[in-house]
Design a protein around this ligand. Structure first.
Ligand SMILES: *Cc1c(COP(=O)(O)O)cnc(C)c1O
Length: 407
């Protein structure tokens, strides 16, 4: 008889977004004549830039003719796309080789799959609060113990809490961890890490022979000078870090689907020569994945061309402009806000000692605005809400105005 995976059964139920949806729906039924203003979701809303659209149309034309039709592409990704990604790193002063780049259908799948090339007894460390996939993929693969509702976490995971006094940048843990997940600019807090803060993690990883998995999905939102865009800006990181990135938030590819991972040749594992982890990831991707859509890759090449870069920068600036409007509006109401500068997320402290869910309900009841409760990202997120800048400008302005007038 087929039985269910005992590890998948350990996953605590996905509570956050279903519960947001449930409360929003109940509110709408109670208030049929009011319309909900959404600042909750991390999903892009603006149209693709013109040079990307043209490149994807052109790729479709090539596919329409047997003389120019192509099927499966190179397993690690189309050469011009990997070259463009390497060029992007070289502009940051980082040398990445073509065989160190792995093109994928997005950073979420890479974040979920990367643990599979490491030993099952690896100890995992995550920031608290954090993007849920880092924890859930390790739970589902049996790298952790059971969920402990009292501790609001899984046994066997090292949680690195991040609080306001450190501007939501965690410190390396006291105890040993083998795999350390970091995300900067951070989802949900919008925090960015300085070179010095990242250097502490790289030093820790080199000392403990651990590997950092650095999620840089929001790196193109960094506008403050001297904030690193890549973990490889830190000396020695090529020996201890894997980097994940995505076209989702940079080029509006949340629905198109395209991302990449960097697994350096120099990356070290305790029990194998350098280059082994690179080859295991290559083996994993070639065996279980057949490459990203060629149409998406054509769009990605355009997104990294000089014209595409300009257009994507404007797109990112639009969302950063929304973030500024949100942050300034909430601050005028006296709320303490973090993030929202090099990030599309504003992390707002709940007033009057309200819990995340209590403030969520208040914003919905009084201002018709939906945000995301910070406690859904981990216990250290309690007392905060995440306000997302993904939305049409006019809707963002309307939501902020409603908060200012009704709270
Ligand atoms: C949106 C997001 C991603 C991107 O995921 P894709 O699968 O590439 O769409 C990755 N990491 C974080 C933290 C994100 O918020």
């Amino acid at each position: 008889m087929a039985r269910c995976s005992e590890y998948f059964m350990r996953l605590s139920s996905g509570y956050l977004f279903p519960e947001v949806a449930r409360r929003t729906k109940a509110w709408q039924e109670r208030n049929p004549d009011r319309s909900v203003l959404r600042l909750g979701i991390g999903n892009t809303t603006e149209a693709l830039p013109p040079s990307i659209i043209a490149a994807m149309h052109h790729k479709l034309d090539l596919l329409s003719d047997r003389a120019t039709y192509t099927g499966y592409g190179d397993e690690q990704g189309d050469v011009p796309l990997r070259e463009a990604i390497c060029r992007r790193y070289s502009e940051l002063g980082i040398a990445i080789g073509m065989n160190e780049v792995f093109v994928s259908d997005g950073a979420k799948s890479d974040a979920a799959n990367i643990q599979s090339i490491f030993s099952t007894d690896s100890i995992i460390a995550v920031q608290d609060p954090s993007y849920p996939v880092y924890v859930d993929s390790n739970v589902a693969s049996g790298h952790t113990g059971l969920y402990n509702a009292d501790a609001a976490g899984y046994s066997g995971i090292v949680y690195m809490p991040a609080y306001a006094d450190s501007h939501f940048v965690a410190s390396p843990p006291e105890e040993h961890a083998d795999l350390i997940y970091l995300c900067f600019p951070n989802n949900p807090t919008g925090a960015v890490a300085t070179k010095e803060q990242l250097r502490q993690f790289v030093d820790y990883a080199l000392r403990h022979h651990s590997v950092i998995i650095f999620d840089a999905a929001y790196s193109d939102y960094i506008r403050t000078p001297d904030i690193p865009h890549s973990i490889y800006e830190i000396e020695g990181a090529e020996r201890c870090a894997i980097e994940l990135n995505s076209f989702s938030k940079y080029a509006g590819f949340t629905g198109v689907r395209l991302g990449w991972s960097i697994v350096p040749e120099a990356l070290e594992a305790e029990d194998a020569p350098r280059g082994t982890l690179n080859r295991l990831w290559n083996r994993r991707q070639c065996t279980f994945f057949n490459g990203a859509s060629c149409i998406a890759q054509a769009g990605g090449i355009a997104a990294l061309s000089p014209e595409g870069r300009k257009e994507c920068d404007e797109l990112v600036s639009y969302y950063l402009g929304n973030a500024r409007i949100i942050k300034e509006g909430l601050e005028r109401k006296g709320l303490t806000c973090f993030g929202g500068v090099d990030s599309p997320y504003v992390w707002a402290a709940c007033p009057d000692n309200l819990s995340s869910w209590e403030f969520f309900d208040l914003l919905l009841d009084k201002a018709s605005v939906v945000v995301t409760p910070g406690s859904g990202f981990g216990s250290a997120g309690e007392g905060y809400v995440r306000v997302s800048a993904y939305g049409h400008r006019e809707d963002v302005v309307k939501a902020v105005k409603s908060i200012e007038e009704n709270i």
